[in-house]
Design a protein around this ligand. Structure first.
Ligand code: C2E
Ligand code: CA
Ligand code: CA
Length: 648
């Protein structure tokens, strides 16, 4: 059963629906005309036939001059009847035409009867009027033609009967009155019944159209919904080989929407989605299909030839527009968006393939952070294949054996020594060789293997860290999936207890994005780890959408400034320094420590130091190293005076 089936009215509509459904009289008249057209055309044929026969009778069987007059009149009636049937009503049978047809035929029939009575009056001929009245009443489309025709006939009957003396007058007045009354009742009842049926059908059509419309519309934003989007896309792709027009699919995903919902409530979240929908719609030309797929995911379908640059600029326009702050119920809200595009036929042959590729491009855009646009390319195709292979291999591998942990030093500029190490996962797969952690962690998150993987990595990291001196901390990365899984958190707590490592020496690194999946759950998990004495560091700070509204709503001890700010110094040193200082100040204001990631050169180190940042991590102080090298490095540090350490 489809959604439209569900919404379709299950009962026969009645009169009360007319209040619900607006039936303009114009539509009703058109529908009436459609119902009456066969009745009126059907009436014309026997009428024309009858007057044709009458013509023959008058012209050939009678020879008086009067009969020529009557013959001509009946011939005209026959010809007009045929003309009306064959030409006048053949193609266009609108209400007005049907009314004119009624009028012309009724008038001609009336003239035939009146002429017959005037030329040769016989009281029995008065019966023609009595017979004409029900004909007029049942074949008429409008009340005014029915009533006018019947009344004229009745009045004429009355007049002729009056001329024939009181007896005939009385007799035909009674017959005429009864006949007219019965005919009017019959005609108006029939007309009423047809009108009712027409109305009911119109109401049903309108309700069905409305239900179908509703089934295709997202009730919140008023944009087409997922169902409509995919059916439109299907139609565009099917039409593409003939029209020669390619089809682009864009998926737009909001960054930072979830915390808005969590912090300000669903009403504000809903209002934000409505405005997001409007902004996307205003950025895109009317010919583009803009839909809401669900949650904070929107989509575009474009059946048009576009260059890569144009597509990119459309995506960027959308991102720029959505980055502009929103004000909803007086609350200022900032979010960003990422967009992924794919193209038919280059990236796939079916809607599903194109959508999957656009989705992959979107996840690349999200991974790159900062709300960007990614157009699916050959490189992504190779990456998708890699993803597939990684997913498969992960499932079938002995992860306990193949996973390893490296440690990268974290340096305290104040104490001038290494004060901790970040555990970084490595996977040396038997079949694939070394796989980048960014790839296999993402694959493990997709396949649900991450909880298992976190357990293995944490055990290994703690096993190494318990051998370190007491003042050296261990930083460990948690994935978004771990944060929202009570089972994973319980497992982590158990592993820490079993390891014998002091929880106070353990720092869990989480990203802004991982907090967004389910803020309340993530906050609960962090609460448990915090209660144990562990510290929390916000990783890759500044690379996402950095919503400051929520940052003080969970336990936080440290901010890890994203590598891109240090890298950015190369592009514009003055601006870079200012940004780094702003982040350092922010950390100070929040009362949390700040660590600068990705410090590779002495110049970078100096810039970071000048900003007042206390902790640094990066190739300048050491690349990720094996557990044995950590021991050597720590031993060397203890033997080396602090000033020489950094230069080594
Ligand atoms: P991350 O947590 O931001 O880790 C820092 C990454 O930056 C590491 O990459 C590290 O090798 C690299 N890096 C450190 N210093 C420098 C530098 O000076 N220059 C440059 N260019 N890079 C530097 P890696 O090891 O490839 O890890 C990538 C990401 O994979 C990590 O980013 C983290 O998000 C994730 N990851 C690694 N290990 C784990 C883990 O055990 N669990 C989870 N959930 N994620 C992990
Ligand atoms: Ca990290
Ligand atoms: Ca990081």
């Amino acid at each position: 059963m489809t959604l439209s089936d569900t919404l379709r009215p299950s009962r026969v509509p009645d009169d009360s629906d007319e209040a619900v459904v607006d039936l303009s009289s114009e539509t009703l008249r058109e529908e009436m005309a459609r119902a009456f057209r066969p009745v009126i055309r059907g009436f014309l044929i026997p009428a024309a036939g009858y007057y044709g026969l009458l013509t023959i009778f008058h012209l050939f069987l009678q020879d008086s001059e009067h009969f020529y007059k009557l013959g001509t009149l009946s011939l005209v009636t026959c010809v007009v009847g045929l003309y009306l049937h064959q030409k006048w009503l053949a193609r266009d049978g609108g209400y007005r035409r049907l009314e004119i047809t009624n009028l012309v035929m009724n008038l001609l029939m009336y003239l035939n009867i009146t002429a017959a009575l005037l030329i040769d009056f016989v009281p029995e001929k008065l019966v023609y009027f009595v017979l004409a009245i029900p004909l007029f009443a049942t074949s008429g489309i409008s009340v005014r033609v029915i009533v006018a025709s019947c009344m004229l006939s009745f009045a004429s009957l009355f007049w002729f009967a009056n001329r024939a003396g009181p007896e005939i007058f009385f007799q035909y007045t009674v017959i005429g009155l009864g006949g007219t009354f019965a005919a009017l009742c019959m005609g108006l009842l029939m007309r009423g019944a047809i009108l009712k049926a027409v109305r009911a059908r119109l109401v049903a059509d309108l309700l069905r159209a409305r239900a179908e419309f509703q089934a295709d519309i997202d009730s919140l934003t008023g944009l087409p919904n997922r169902r409509h989007f995919f059916s439109t896309l299907e139609a565009m792709v099917s039409a593409a080989p003939e029209s020669g027009s390619p089809v682009f699919v864009g998926i737009i995903d909001l960054d930072g929407f979830k915390p808005v919902n969590d912090l300000h409530g669903h009403a504000i979240g809903d209002a934000l989605l409505v405005e997001v929908g409007q902004r996307i719609r205003t950025v895109c030309p009317p010919a583009y299909v803009v839909a809401r797929l669900g949650g904070d995911e929107f989509a575009l379908a474009i059946a048009k030839t576009l260059t890569r640059d144009t597509l990119n600029s459309i995506g960027r326009d959308i991102c720029d527009r959505l980055r502009q702050p929103f004000v909803i119920s007086g609350i200022g809200i900032s979010i960003s968006a990422s967009v992924g595009f794919a193209h038919y036929p280059t990236n796939g042959e079916t809607v599903r393939q194109i959508y999957e590729r656009a989705d992959h491009a979107l996840s690349c855009a999200k991974r790159a952070g900062r709300g960007g646009v990614v157009i699916f390319s050959r490189r992504h195709e190779a990456e998708m294949n890699d993803f597939g292979r990684i997913d498969q291999t992960l499932r079938s591998s002995d992860l306990c054996k193949e996973l390893a942990v490296l440690f990268q030093p974290q340096y305290d500029l104040m104490r001038q020594k290494i004060v901790g190490f970040e555990a970084l996962a490595r996977w040396n797969s038997e079949t694939l060789g070394n796989v980048s952690p960014a790839l296999f962690i993402a694959a493990a998150e997709r396949s649900g293997l991450i909880e298992h993987m976190t357990g293995i990595l944490l055990k290994k990291a703690l096993a190494a860290a318990v051998t370190w001196p007491d003042d050296i901390r261990l930083s460990f990365n948690l994935s978004a999936v771990d944060l929202v899984s009570p089972r994973s958190i319980a497992n982590i707590v158990r592993i820490i207890h079993e390891s014998g490592f002091t929880p106070e020496r353990l720092i869990f690194e989480i990203t802004e994005t991982s907090m967004m999946t389910d803020f309340e759950r993530a906050r609960g998990s962090l609460g448990i780890l915090d209660a144990m004495g562990c510290q929390i560091a916000l990783d890759d700070f500044g690379s996402g959408y950095s919503s400051f509204a929520y940052i003080h709503r969970f336990p936080l001890h440290r901010i890890k400034m994203d590598r891109c700010f240090v890298t950015g110094l190369k592009e514009d040193e003055a601006v870079g320094r200012n940004i780094i200082r702003a982040i350092a100040d922010l950390s100070a204001n929040l009362g949390v420590a700040c660590l600068a990631e990705g410090v590779e050169t002495e110049a970078e180190l100096r810039a970071v130091q000048a900003a007042g940042i206390r902790y640094v991590q990066g190739y300048y102080y050491g690349r990720p190293m094996a557990a044995d090298d950590v021991t050597d490095r720590l031993a060397a540090q203890d033997d080396t005076p602090p000033q020489e350490e950094a230069a080594s």
